[in-house]
Write a protein that binds this ligand. Structure first.
Ligand SMILES: [Zn+2]
Ligand SMILES: [Zn+2]
Length: 273
């Protein structure tokens, strides 16, 4: 039996045993967990997490409110991308940031439930767009001070699992965060951008020269962080930069009704880091 399969099975038995002794409830719906395969979530809640589909900006993946937006021009871009083209070539933002995925990301990121990294990365792998290819996967870095406080970089954990699933190398050392930025949500857009400028740097740029890089982060809010990372990587000689996030915050008018029903009610804003 391969090592990972063996340790997965052991982990499964351990989880069952812990649930037998200390019954746990699903973070999504509060019902008791039984033999559900995903830690902290019941099968029913996890199955409610479905990717965003439908017409979207061909650059930043922002869903369009009108289904007609891309019927004549499939490469149609949103106003923001046309006015201020981002440094990344393309972003894919996979799932709407709504419960229960939102609860899963918050539990993973802010409450240290790192066992969710693997199923969350599997959600990403299950919704990858056709044609996505890269030489190197790079997670959005945390500043060392933030890393010390949180003890892990959620984007690195996702990137690490994705790298294994896609058989691509992951670099957590070349792109670094050199400036600690204030919690972003308290700032206006110009302040956020000023804050982010020069927040990132590159170590050993020769390792990135000519490489096609896939930047990985958990949540796409405005895209400003990914844009600054992409600028820094391109300045250091990367051939191209695309971005992939597990989820995207979006106005409720952009969420398809079938996803919105029963999900958006408990939605809460979460700061981008
Ligand atoms: Zn549930
Ligand atoms: Zn766009």
């Amino acid at each position: 039996m391969p090592h990972t399969e063996h340790s997965d099975r052991l982990l499964g038995w351990y989880r069952q045993a812990v649930r037998f002794i200390i019954p746990a409830d699903c973070i999504g719906c509060g019902l008791p967990l039984r033999d559900d395969p995903i830690p902290f979530f019941c099968r029913r809640c996890w199955n409610r997490i479905v990717p965003t589909t439908g017409p979207a900006c061909s650059r930043c993946d922002l869903p369009f409110a009108s289904p007609a937006a891309t019927s004549r021009t499939p490469d149609h871009q949103c106003q923001t991308c046309l006015e201020r083209p981002p440094a990344y070539e393309r972003a894919w933002t996979l799932y709407p940031y709504l419960p229960p995925l939102q609860d899963a990301i918050c539990s993973f990121k802010y409450r240290g439930k790192v066992a969710l990294a693997k199923p969350l990365a599997a959600l990403m792998a299950g919704a990858l767009p056709a044609g996505l290819d890269a030489d190197l996967i790079v997670p959005v870095p945390l500043h060392p001070a933030r890393l010390r406080a949180r003890e892990f970089n959620q984007s690195l954990l996702l990137a690490d699992h994705l790298g294994r699933l896609l058989s691509r190398p992951v670099s957590a050392t070349h792109l670094i965060r050199i400036l600690a930025t204030d919690p972003q949500t308290t700032l206006t857009r110009p302040e956020r951008l000023r804050n982010l400028r020069q927040a990132f740097g590159v170590r050993q740029p020769e390792a990135l020269a000519g490489r096609r890089i896939l930047l990985v982060d958990d949540v796409f809010t405005t895209g400003a962080t990914l844009n600054e990372c992409a600028k820094t990587l391109l300045k250091s000689g990367a051939a191209s930069v695309c971005a992939l996030t597990l989820a995207r915050t979006m106005g409720t008018h952009l969420v398809p009704d079938r996803l919105f029903a029963g999900q958006a009610a408990g939605s809460r804003p979460v700061p981008e880091v």
